[in-house]
Ligand binder design. Sequence first.
Ligand SMILES: C[S@@+](CC[C@H](N)C(=O)[O-])C[C@H]1O[C@@H](n2cnc3c(N)ncnc32)[C@H](O)[C@@H]1O
Length: 322
Amino acid sequence: MNSSPVPELSQFAEDVLDGLSSTPKHLSSKYFYDDEGSRLFQEIMRLPEYYPTRAEYRIFTERTDDICDAFTAGIGSIDLIELGAGDGTKTAVLIERFLEKGTDFTYSPIDISREANDALTARFREKFPGLRINPHTGDYFEVLGSLKNGSERRKVLMFLGSNIGNFQRDHAVGFFRELRGVMNPDDRLFIGFDMQKDPRVIVNAYDDPQGVTAAFNLNLLRRINRELGGDFELERFSHYAQYRPIECAARSFLISREKQTVTINALNRSFEFEQWEAIFMEISQKYTRAMIEELSSESGFEIETEFFDEENFYTDSLWRPV
Ligand SMILES: C[S@@+](CC[C@H](N)C(=O)[O-])C[C@H]1O[C@@H](n2cnc3c(N)ncnc32)[C@H](O)[C@@H]1O
């Protein structure tokens, strides 16, 4: 392994360097979403095993009026801001209803994936000609600051798809506190949480027999090869997912099938992998009602309303700042 200094690394390169130099090795799931990653995630959402999207979509379609009313209660107009909007399929249900009701609102989708954001914007402009849409492509952590000096209207920040489950607990609290810092007392935060359930249901959602989730994880190695000049050979790694019911957390890994050395030109570095060594890719935290309550109070919020699906697989929780 050589370690000559590397000038001017991109954030992606720095994070890969940090992750592959650590013990255990890890990569950040926020880099999953290049063009191919966004496409594969669309495929994951259509898998029979991947219940979270269907459960949340059911909440949005069955409780549309209740959700719209909760967003606008006591207030005429809102700015709907979606963090990590993806394809916006669930949000489209609310937008359609707000437009039907003649609600005065704007919609700002924020996504790190240009492909996802461009596709969503084009689709929404076509589908909803009257919609005022202000897309932002970038990391939501960077966009947070600009939210503070937005309009005087109520901001409703949406964080759907159980995205929060990809954060370790301390990180989740830090993130909610940052959001709290840019919110006015009248603003609201609407978060999708995947609930604890039969461990077999959960683990199947992250380990589909069709191999789409495996391809989604392996695609990050392909991205490193393409963008950072890496020489990962994808067939020398395999995807592994597990669920730990005590911690209520699913984790996914890429396992090095053999002892090998991988070189990444942009980092001017090589990395040694032992046979069966794991790269930690992603946590998908599941929640109990008590965990959600604790998260909200620790972050400076209280739960205003909660919407569950019929099976209690999933909840969308509306928080107000305290
Ligand atoms: C799991 S998908 C969920 C998409 C959508 N919210 C849904 O519920 O279907 C996560 C989305 O968040 C985006 N994303 C991940 N990390 C991000 C970050 N740090 N900043 C902005 N967007 C991010 C990804 O590009 C992807 O579209």
